[in-house]
Design a protein. Structure first.
Ligand code: DC
Length: 223
């Protein structure tokens, strides 16, 4: 297949700054931004709406078949889901449980790959998630893994959502999601062996974006 655009995979835990970094890097380099977490969130939202048991992998896999990923968002049954609905706290918690089911991951794998392939043909993409560099797009031109201390991630999440008084509660929720995401049997959260690991605890957003843009330019030069 002819290679037309660069693919940048950005993985990392909740609150590592992934979404902001991916969005800004995509803007800076004129690439499409694909947020794969939105697909898992859409399955969770469907399950909550339709009363599907979050332990029923088979039924959740069927729901996943109704989800499509596109630049900047996600479609369910062909309709765009509002970002606010995907970001609700109960959807975040359900998405983490939903994403542990192999049936769901199996259905969403080609969904993510097809979206990335379309984006690549359109000039390239920044694809953001948990297992992009390890499983979804192991041939990505650049793999970045962002991390930050749980305390710092909780502070960022609290500031983002105007819940500054709840840092400790958010920190515990983040640790719980980290545990679920990194201990699950399928596609656990971990850096690809060839990923550039960036600890963003002491870095500003702009600094991280600059670093990834530099890595991307170097990767493009190699391509
Ligand atoms: O990045 P996010 O918080 O929107 O992701 C929502 C959930 O989906 C999170 O619990 C991890 C899961 N996820 C995943 O398992 N694999 C991905 N590629 C993206 C997200």
């Amino acid at each position: 297949m002819e290679k037309t655009g660069i693919i940048i995979a950005i993985d990392g835990p909740a609150g590592s700054g992934k979404s902001s970094v991916a969005r800004l890097v995509a803007q800076r380099l004129g690439l499409v931004n694909l947020n794969t977490g939105a697909a898992y969130r859409a399955v969770a939202l469907l399950a909550l709406r339709e009363g599907v048991d979050l332990e029923d992998g088979k039924a959740l896999g069927r729901l996943a078949g109704r989800v499509r990923l596109e630049p900047g968002g996600v479609l369910v049954d062909g309709r765009r889901v509002p970002e606010g609905e995907l970001r609700a706290p109960e959807v975040s918690a359900a998405a983490s449980r939903v994403s542990a089911h192999p049936e769901v991951r199996r259905v969403l794998l080609p969904v993510q790959r097809e979206a990335a392939e379309r984006a690549r043909r359109a000039g390239g993409a920044v694809v953001e998630g948990r297992d992009i560099g390890t499983v979804v797009l192991p041939d990505a031109d650049l793999k970045v893994f962002l991390s930050a201390s749980p305390e710092e991630r909780a502070r960022r999440r609290a500031a983002q959502t105007g819940r500054e008084g709840e840092v400790e509660r958010i920190r515990r929720a983040i640790l719980e999601r980290d545990r679920q995401d990194s201990e699950r049997a399928v596609s656990p959260l971990r850096p690809a062996p060839d990923a550039a690991v960036i600890d963003t605890t002491e870095m500003g957003l702009e600094e991280v974006v600059e670093r990834v843009v530099r890595l991307a330019r170097a990767a493009e030069g190699r391509g």
